[in-house]
Ligand binder design. Sequence first.
Ligand SMILES: Cc1cc2nc3c(=O)[nH]c(=O)nc-3n(C[C@H](O)[C@H](O)[C@H](O)COP(=O)(O)O)c2cc1C
Length: 199
Amino acid sequence: MHDILVLYYSRQGSTAALARHVCHGVESVPGMRAKLRTVPPVSATVEAPAPAVPDSGPPYATQEDLAQCAGLVLGSPTRFGNMAAPLKYFLDGTSALWLSGALVGKPAGVFTSTQTMHGGQESTLLTMMLPLLHHGMVLVGLPFSEAALGTTQAGGTPYGASHVAGASGRAELADTERELARALGARVAALAARLCRDD
Ligand SMILES: Cc1cc2nc3c(=O)[nH]c(=O)nc-3n(C[C@H](O)[C@H](O)[C@H](O)COP(=O)(O)O)c2cc1C
């Protein structure tokens, strides 16, 4: 079995909901297993010590999870059109992996949740790709051969999966959003499976 790391930050649960559907997509590919991980919150004023294990939800990701994965699907809420600080903080701690080239050639995809339809999903997804490109990862998006991409009245973009959480921040995922999150997980896993076979 090869692991696809599904690594996300979520405060209100929407990005976490997308992450679970990405995992279903990963696990639809024979030989591939989803490894769901999160990152601790960060404080604006002091370095806040996090418990080793979160009170609920999946464990916190380690550098080793990244080094060992066959592919990565990275998720963040949109914050002012960009990824959330806790995820960026985690990525900023990956210099050793960059130096060793541990992620070079591995496939990666991205997903996000916003409050509003035009609140910056694409800018968030595109900017989430930048550190992954610096790491030499091979980026995977969503093609329009995924029927839901052409019909969605909610989230879902060619750059990655997405969800519009609405004013409450708690809207259920639309069917198209679920479908596209699953498709993204499956695409990253299928490419990783092919690359693993070729090694
Ligand atoms: C500091 C901050 C900035 C935000 N910026 C945006 C934004 O630029 N566009 C948007 O539509 N929603 C924005 N939101 C709302 C979140 O993206 C949205 O509620 C998202 O679904 C939260 O994901 P989560 O449930 O995984 O935490 C922002 C929220 C916070 C706290």
